[in-house]
Ligand binder design. Structure first.
Ligand SMILES: O=C(CO)COP(=O)(O)O
Length: 250
C-alpha cells in the first residue's frame, strides 16, 4: 500500500510573515490522518516554517537545491543546508526550472542522486509540453525524463522517491488532464521504472499528478489506481484550500 501524498508547491509566493499565518491557520484545524502532507516553501520561509509547522503533521519541503555539498556556487543552496533546517522533501526538475533556469535531465539526475545520498526525499517532476502531447510523444518524453532522472540510483532508495507527473500545459492554466489520461501516463512511468529497477521497486514509488489540481477535482485523480497523490501550486496557498486537498486525497 502506498500512502497518499499531497504536496503544496508555493513557488515564489509568501513572505515569512505570510508563511507563519498559513501555519497558524493550519493549527486551528483538526489533523487529518492517512495522507502524508508536505509544503514546499521558498527558501527564506523554511526556518520559520520548520518551527511553526511543528505538531501539525505537515512536513517541510524545498523547491530546488544544488547537487554539491558546498562550493563556489553563488546563489545556490546545498542538500546539507536543507537537512540542517529539517527539510524532508525537495522538488527536483520542476518544469518552470527546466524552462526558465536551464535545468536538464542531467542536472535533474545529479540533484536526485544527491538528495537520496543525503536522506532528502526528491519529488522529481516530469511532463510533456502541449506540442509534444499533440505530436503523440507524451509517453516517450516522460519515459525518457524518468529514466534519466533515476539513472544510477540504488533500487533500495526508490521507496524514498516521489515522481510528479505534471503536463506543462496543465500547470496554472485551470486545464487539468483528465484523471484517466493522467493515470495512463503515470502507468507508463511506473512501467519504465520497473524496466530499470524491477517490479517490486516500481510498485513502491509514489507517483503524483500535478496541474490545476483543486479541492473539488483531487478525488477523481486519487480514484485512479496508479495515482498516489498530487503536487499542487495555486490551490495549496491557503490553509483552507490545502486542507480541502488533503481531505479529498483520503
Ligand atoms: O506546477 C504545479 C505544481 O508544482 C501546478 O501548479 P497549479 O496547481 O497552480 O496548476
Amino acid at each position: 500500500m502506498r500512502t497518499p501524498i499531497v504536496a503544496g508547491n508555493w513557488k515564489m509566493f509568501k513572505t515569512i510573515a505570510e508563511a507563519k499565518q498559513f501555519a497558524e491557520a493550519v493549527k486551528q484545524q483538526e489533523e487529518v490522518e492517512g495522507v502524508e502532507q508536505v509544503v514546499c516553501a521558498p527558501f527564506t520561509a523554511l526556518p520559520a516554517l520548520a518551527e511553526a509547522l511543528q505538531g501539525t503533521g505537515i512536513a517541510l519541503g524545498a523547491q530546488n537545491m544544488h547537487f554539491e555539498e558546498q562550493g563556489a556556487f553563488t546563489g545556490e543552496i546545498s542538500p546539507l543546508m536543507l537537512k540542517e533546517l529539517g527539510v524532508k522533501y525537495v522538488i527536483i526538475g520542476h518544469s518552470e526550472r527546466r524552462q526558465y533556469f536551464h535545468e536538464t535531465d542531467e542536472s535533474v539526475n545529479k540533484k536526485t542522486r544527491a538528495a537520496l545520498k543525503h536522506g532528502l526525499r526528491p519529488i522529481v517532476c516530469v511532463g510533456e509540453s502541449l506540442e509534444e502531447r499533440e505530436a503523440g510523444e507524451t509517453a516517450a518524453v516522460v519515459g525518457k525524463q524518468t529514466k534519466a532522472a533515476l539513472a544510477g540510483a540504488d533500487t533500495a532508495q526508490l521507496a524514498d522517491v516521489v515522481i510528479a507527473y505534471e503536463p506543462i500545459w496543465a500547470i496554472g492554466t485551470g486545464k487539468s488532464s483528465t484523471a484517466a489520461d493522467a493515470n495512463e501516463t503515470i502507468a507508463v512511468i511506473r512501467r519504465v521504472i520497473a524496466e530499470d529497477f524491477g517490479e517490486a521497486a516500481a510498485s513502491v514509488v509514489r507517483i503524483q499528478y500535478g496541474g490545476s489540481v483543486k479541492p473539488d477535482n483531487i478525488a477523481s485523480f486519487m480514484a485512479e489506481p496508479d495515482i498516489d497523490g498530487a503536487l499542487v501550486g495555486g490551490a495549496s496557498l491557503t490553509a483552507d484550500s490545502f486542507r480541502g486537498l488533503v481531505l479529498g486525497a483520503r
